[in-house]
Design a protein around this ligand. Sequence first.
Ligand code: PTJ
Length: 256
Amino acid sequence: MTEFKVPKSHPRYESLMKRERIIEGFNKGLVAHAGLIAHGRGEAFDYLLGEKTNDFAKLAEQAAVLKIKQSKAPVFSVNGNVAALAIDEVIALAKALNMKVEVNLFYRTEERVRRIADEFRARGYVVLGEVPDARIDGLEHARALCTKAGIYSADTVLVPLEDGDRTKALRDMGKFVITIDLNPLSRTAQTANITIVDELTRALKNMLEFANMKINNRNAVELLSNYNNEANLSSALLFINSRLSELARHEKQERL
Ligand code: PTJ
């Protein structure tokens, strides 16, 4: 942990703890410089969403779990922020849903891939990604590197906090892409097949709970076939809109 001790009584304890985890991850060489900026953007959107899992997010989380359960080769793609914030949740969900985990970085350095893989190893869990032997089609440079046994041959990829370009490239390769992104307007959110507009650690906990539930097959098929990502993203934007209007009205009344 960093030198700053977050008092449990602080009204923003949860949010500050996540911030501390990102800073700690940065200091340990897991998180990219840009990861700090990405986290701040996420915090801002979480404010707008009320810092809780909303109904549209819960629905997307359920659809995502059902889709992963139906997949033959699902892969969980992990970057620096995800490893820093939720490594234990990643391992738990990957085990529950029989997913391989691959370290796949946007700002790839071999050193950072190894450090992240080491964090998994320290927990007795082996990940892919250190020895790339394939490329994501249509992308240039090191950010295209991946493994044949993992992302390259996956049918479904869970890529939280991802860049829009790579999300599109994965879709162009015919993969089903699930993302977790607090910004419903991001290119990734708009490009994925299922977008979970929720905070990463909350989303993974909810998904694990759902993964461990017994679901009637007919209900699963119905939920998935009725799921509409565009409508779900609209619900997220409408929620932010109405929440802000309500808050603004309340503020106005207080001023009168
Ligand atoms: O470790 P690397 O090299 O793979 O780089 C990782 C980052 C996150 C830096 C890289 O993928 C990146 O630049 O991503 P973007 O384009 O900044 O997108 C990250 C998205 O995740 C943004 O839309 C943020 O709002 C969102 N976000 C940030 N923190 C969270 C989040 N969404 C859910 N939960 C969070 N905790």
